[in-house]
Design a protein around this ligand. Structure first.
Ligand code: 5GP
Length: 204
């Protein structure tokens, strides 16, 4: 029997690169992929469901979780606190489930240190100009907020080298295919399969 260990697929991108759409789509295409629901102090946006999109908490609750060592990684992003609960990750990995995480570059670096075999995927818009245009098209963003996100985007883009894969999102369909291919190929890697000699002998 092949005993696969679960793998962490960490996706990061500057806001406006299309990461949210890609993460939503990939979960529909690969329903066996568990999604890591982050804890955040950011208020919910319209349509967001507590417990499904994020777990929304107050700052004091977040700090209590942090003090109890519940986070595998955490970071301040755009002035709000975000964290990934270690327990949820450990449970999924232990049962051989792969986990998709949508987290920022600071969190990705922390997870890389904690789980060296995590797969880090960075998504980029074709250019900073295109990124700015996409941010401006989102009506919910105020000008000051767009500026802040652009400054942060430049900082994040500079960190692309810490990732294993880079997807340039020129076209959503193409980017989706690339993301799916990365996940499917990583799942076939011999080191992840946990094969033992008797398994291979039986198969041959
Ligand atoms: P938003 O609040 O717009 O959904 O997300 C803002 C940023 O926070 C995104 O870059 C997203 O990837 C990141 N983020 C979401 N959850 C987490 C988390 O648990 N940890 C870290 N480090 N970043 C997160």
């Amino acid at each position: 029997m092949i005993r696969r260990r679960g793998t962490l697929f960490v996706v990061s991108a500057p806001s406006g690169a299309g990461k949210t759409t890609l993460c939503r789509e990939i979960r529909l295409r690969l329903p066996d992929l568990a999604y890591s629901v982050s804890v955040t102090t950011r208020p919910p946006r319209p349509g967001e469901i507590d417990g499904a999109d994020f777990r929304f908490v107050g700052v004091s609750e977040f700090q209590a979780m942090l003090a109890r060592g519940e986070f595998a990684e955490w970071a301040t992003v755009h002035g709000n606190l975000y964290g990934t609960r270690a327990r949820a990750l450990e449970d999924a990995l232990a049962t051989g489930r792969d986990v998709l995480l949508d987290i920022d570059t600071q969190g990705a670096a922390q997870l890389r240190a904690r789980y060296p075999d995590a797969v880090l995927i960075f998504i980029l818009a074709p250019s900073v100009k295109e990124l700015e245009q996409r941010l401006r098209e989102r009506r919910s963003n105020m000008d000051a907020d767009i500026e802040r996100r652009l400054v942060r985007a430049r900082e994040e883009i500079a960190l692309w080298r810490q990732y294993d894969y880079l997807i340039v999102n020129r076209d959503v369909k193409e980017a989706m295919e690339q993301l799916e291919s990365i996940i499917l190929a990583e799942r076939c890697r011999v080191v992840r399969l946990g094969l033992t000699l008797p398994d291979l002998e039986v198969r041959n």
